[in-house]
Design a protein around this ligand. Structure first.
Ligand SMILES: C[S@@+](CC[C@H](N)C(=O)[O-])C[C@H]1O[C@@H](n2cnc3c(N)ncnc32)[C@H](O)[C@@H]1O
Length: 309
């Protein structure tokens, strides 16, 4: 087991060496912290990244400037140790500790009310933008179903000309999406209506050009087996579908999207590992066309898209 660091502000044996005038060397601090964080991050490079994000947060600087960072104050080093200790001892995700997470070119506010946006979800955006670039996206509104932090809806609103709407079953999640929408609005972004709704029930028949979704796709019986970072901190409603069965959840999503999409509209949905072929078959049996799969960077079939007839 890698060395675990206790939470606390007392200088500890084995902590990064203090330099003269009570300052601490940043590179040794990062090296030590990465050692402690490896148990949570899974590998040394992930741990180093986590250490840099946490130290950048404490110092209020970009990660990229840490390489040339001068030695820091004991108080800053102690605050950093506190955060590293919290991460190691409780498994609280780094994104919740620092309060934000990068998603494509956005910096999205996150806390325990929403799922931390994942890099693989960016493929959902890429698939939709490719359809648009190929001239295959009909005009009309696009809906991010299960918007959570708003990451997908707000990203799309920066790129598509038409209206983008975010919906979610969870009121607390929508509060976070609204904070993100306001922050982007202050920075000149377009308004994105955010609506509380179960699946797509609030939309009229044949009214949408596309639906994007990253649905909860963990089966209820697998929830307890998730890492504590996920199971103990991220909202259950974002992980496990109502009823506990991802297959039925995808069936309902496909059925409802078929109702609300215009003819030629698209459903682009993320799927869990090993679920892509079953979801593609569901599209096929419901007579959708142009069914396609997209792999994530790990080679896992991660996104399924299909066109409504
Ligand atoms: C996996 S999270 C995705 C969040 C965000 N789109 C992302 O990718 O980071 C699933 C989201 O779907 C919402 N959700 C779960 N069941 C839903 C339903 N029946 N109707 C609408 N939203 C639902 C959850 O509250 C959660 O925010």
């Amino acid at each position: 087991m890698p060395e675990r660091r206790a939470v606390g502000r007392e200088p500890r044996k084995g902590s990064a060496p203090s330099l003269s005038e009570g300052r601490v060397d940043v590179q040794s601090l990062l090296r030590d912290a990465a050692g402690s964080l490896t148990s949570r991050a899974g590998d040394r490079s992930g741990a180093r990244l986590e250490a840099e994000v946490l130290l950048g947060f404490v110092l209020g600087v970009e990660r990229s400037s840490l390489l040339t960072q001068q030695p820091i104050l004991q108080e800053q080093s102690a605050a950093f140790h506190d955060l590293v200790g919290l991460r190691v001892d409780t498994g609280r995700p780094v994104a919740y500790l620092v309060g934000h997470r990068g998603f494509r070119d956005l910096d999205v506010l996150v806390d325990e009310r929403v799922l931390v946006p994942r890099p693989e979800t960016e493929h959902v955006i890429e698939v939709l933008l490719d359809l648009k670039a190929s001239g295959l996206l009909p005009p009309g509104p696009v809906v991010d179903r299960g918007t959570g932090s708003g990451a997908l809806a707000l990203t799309l609103a920066r790129t598509l000309e038409g209206m983008v709407v975010g919906i979610d079953l969870s009121g607390p999640a929508l509060e976070v999406a609204r904070l993100n929408e306001e922050a982007l609005g202050d920075a000149g972004g377009r308004p994105v209506p955010l609506v509380q709704s179960d699946c797509l029930s609030c939309f009229a028949d044949h009214s949408l050009a596309a639906v994007v979704a990253n649905p909860p796709y963990i089966a209820a019986e697998d929830f307890e087996g998730l890492p504590v970072d996920v199971q103990g901190h991220e909202p259950r409603v974002a992980l496990v579908p109502k009823g506990g069965c991802p297959g039925s959840h995808y069936a309902a999503l496909i059925e409802q999207a078929g109702r609300v999409l215009v003819s030629g509209g698209w459903l682009v949905t993320e799927v869990g590992e090993g679920q892509a072929h079953e979801v593609a078959e569901r599209f096929e049996s419901a007579h959708w066309s142009q069914i396609g799969l997209t792999d994530d960077l790990a080679g896992i079939a991660r996104v399924v898209h299909a066109q409504s007839l």
